[in-house]
Design a binder for this molecule. Structure first.
Ligand SMILES: [Ca+2]
Ligand SMILES: [Ca+2]
Ligand SMILES: [Ca+2]
Ligand SMILES: [Ca+2]
Length: 223
């Protein structure tokens, strides 16, 4: 399957990747807060295709939508129907306050998260006045994109983008509360805040099953 995909990509059948093998969506995003953010900016991707994908086939960039400005996602096998997190960072120098390792550990701690997690290895951070997440192939073709509206940005809830962008709500679509961390910009009593989000989980099983079925049917028709 992987080899066939590579040959098809070289031959220029980009639509196969976009519509079939790599049916990946951006299903959640965190763009940061005023003051201490808890973690770096991040997004969640979900594989709605029928086969596992290697995430290193994608480059991330923000609204500049450019492989040259972006970063190649770390390599993970993402099974059909599974979600994972990518932390947006190009910041891994020996003297940086945050390294790739510490950014991942910070996320795992704050979200009590033990699922798959990777780094974008570049690409712009997500602005709180509105931005956009792009997943691109190496030839700069767009696989999928997701706007992060300023109206939903900067709050204590992540942006759930599985259907249309909304603020994550505790208990809805698997959203839960992060551990509390220090932030003295938001004026919360005690300066300890927690976030609401659903890293690693998306609405299941109904919507995913239906979308996956549609992808499978499409793939069969093309044979
Ligand atoms: Ca940000
Ligand atoms: Ca901040
Ligand atoms: Ca940006
Ligand atoms: Ca989620």
């Amino acid at each position: 399957m992987k080899k066939a995909f590579a040959i098809a990509a070289i031959a220029g059948f980009g639509s196969i990747a976009a519509a079939g093998i790599a049916d990946v969506r951006i299903t959640e995003a965190f763009v940061g807060l005023s003051g201490e953010d808890g973690t770096e900016d991040w997004f969640e991707i979900t594989n709605l295709g029928a086969a596992a994908i290697d995430t290193s086939m994608f480059w991330y960039d923000d609204d500049s939508a450019s492989v040259a400005d972006g970063g190649q996602l770390g390599s993970f096998s993402l099974a059909a129907g599974e979600s994972m997190i990518f932390i947006i960072s190009d910041d891994n120098g020996a003297n940086d306050d945050v390294t790739y390792t510490s950014a991942i550990e910070e996320f795992q701690t704050i979200w009590n998260y033990s699922g798959q997690i990777g780094i974008t290895n570049g690409g712009g951070g997500l602005g709180q006045s509105g931005d956009e997440i792009f997943l691109l192939l190496g030839d700069n073709s767009v696989v999928t994109s997701q706007a992060t509206p300023g109206s939903l940005s900067g709050g204590l809830a992540t942006i759930d983008t599985f259907a249309s962008p909304t603020s994550s709500v505790l208990g809805v679509n698997g959203a839960y509360e992060s551990i509390a961390f220090f932030n003295d910009n938001l004026g919360v009593p005690g300066n300890m805040i927690s976030l609401i989000g659903s890293p690693g989980s998306v609405p299941t099983p109904g919507p995913i099953a239906l979308l996956a079925l549609g992808t499978l049917a499409g793939a069969r028709r093309r044979r």
